[in-house]
Design a protein around this ligand. Sequence first.
Ligand SMILES: Nc1ncnc2c1ncn2[C@@H]1O[C@H](COP(=O)(O)OP(=O)(O)OP(=O)(O)O)[C@@H](O)[C@H]1O
Ligand SMILES: [Mg+2]
Length: 284
Amino acid sequence: MADQIPKAPGAKAAAPSAPRSGEARPGSGKVEKGRSIIAVASGKGGVGKTWFSVTLCHALARIGQKTLLFDADLGLANVDIQLGLMPERDLAGVLQGRLSLGQAKVRYEDGKFDIIAGRSGSGSMAQLPAARLMTIGQDLVRMSASYDTVVMDLGAGLDRTVRMLTARAGTTLVVTNAEPTSITDAYAFIKVTHQNDPDADIRVVVNSVDTKGEGHRTYETLRKACQNFLQFEPQLAGVIRRDRKVLESIRQQVPILTRTPTADAAVDVEQIADHILDHRPPSR
Ligand SMILES: Nc1ncnc2c1ncn2[C@@H]1O[C@H](COP(=O)(O)OP(=O)(O)OP(=O)(O)O)[C@@H](O)[C@H]1O
Ligand SMILES: [Mg+2]
């Protein structure tokens, strides 16, 4: 199934609404980007973005990178839950005007990286005014200058928040698994992001596959759809195998690279961290 080109991949891409008047055109290429910001996105939900973002951050920190994890899933923030944290400060303080973005960060000493946590279950954060998102984006870009890498865990899909924050990233990693619906939704995400900014550095992460070969075939399906319909080919950042240690570590609320660093999925994310360091986008 994964070898089939998704049917009618253009159909899904109509989903995002047009910018309202007064809203900055997301991803128009006009907003300032942070070269070191990596957006972790997906079309379909539940494909492993949050787990991957946490693990990627941890992998980068373990090789000496100064790293920040920004929980930008404003509706269903759960980085803190996966890590078993109860942060004293989080993004809610920023949105209420009590804290600057810099003041909202907390240190995750066990992983040796910084975190800006979201507020779990706070649906009120999901639909922020565009001006607020612009300010957060600007502040994040400014803050990213003092980090080697900022990993931004986004909500699924293509809503305005996702589009505006993706526009700030130097690199966007689109996570998919081998399911046709996930591939089709990843295609839709890539289509909109590429059309908003033809220079965007978009790469693919295939997660939860039984074998690396299955991951490569999934990537090929997506790459061919992009080539045929968009005349654009996103690169493959890497393939992550399905691994029961992932669920076990989430249940224990301990990062996989702490609990079982030799697990297949942990090793696969370390390879993606190496890929990222080897393929930084050029400064513009
Ligand atoms: N490589 C993997 N092997 C096994 N299970 C995995 C793997 N990656 C993710 N999972 C499972 O997928 C579940 C969903 O992961 P996660 O919450 O990170 O997804 P998400 O894309 O962030 O979801 P959402 O779109 O709701 O934010 C996890 O609970 C985990 O059990
Ligand atoms: Mg998530």
